[in-house]
Ligand binder design. Structure first.
Ligand SMILES: [Mg+2]
Length: 124
């Protein structure tokens, strides 16, 4: 089963992502901020991480940097969730190693498709 970790500090947005990914038959885990996300990532070893940018404690860019510098985490695919008008955020995320980005609000269908595509690449 494909494992997905959703890291988002917004309860509402996280629940929507988790609901839709579970419905698409992924094994879904969740974390409430960047530090929680990194800790859970090390245990779960997800195929794909869905990562919010703006979060307390450690933001999405901080998480990406940590992942890039950790051989255990550097191969995990990342979908970054950016705010509307955050084109610089998307650029920055891709430079730091994110594989895709989705601009909020995104459709559940796009999220599921993005996870499927990266999971296929990951397991190829
Ligand atoms: Mg946020």
């Amino acid at each position: 089963m494909i494992k997905v970790l959703v890291i988002d500090d917004s309860d509402v947005l996280r629940r929507i992502s988790v609901f839709n990914l579970k419905r698409a038959n992924f094994e879904v885990h969740e974390a409430v901020d960047g530090l929680d996300g990194l800790e859970k990532m090390r245990g779960i070893k997800p195929d794909v991480v869905v990562l919010d940018v703006m979060m307390p404690n450690l933001d999405g860019f901080g998480v990406l940097k940590e992942m890039r510098d950790d051989p255990e985490l550097s191969k995990i695919k990342v979908i970054m969730l950016t705010a509307k008008g955050g084109d610089d955020d998307a650029d920055h995320a891709m430079k730091l190693g994110a594989s895709k980005f989705l601009t909020k609000p995104f459709s559940p269908k796009n999220l599921v498709e993005a996870v499927n595509e990266l999971a296929r690449e990951q397991r190829a």
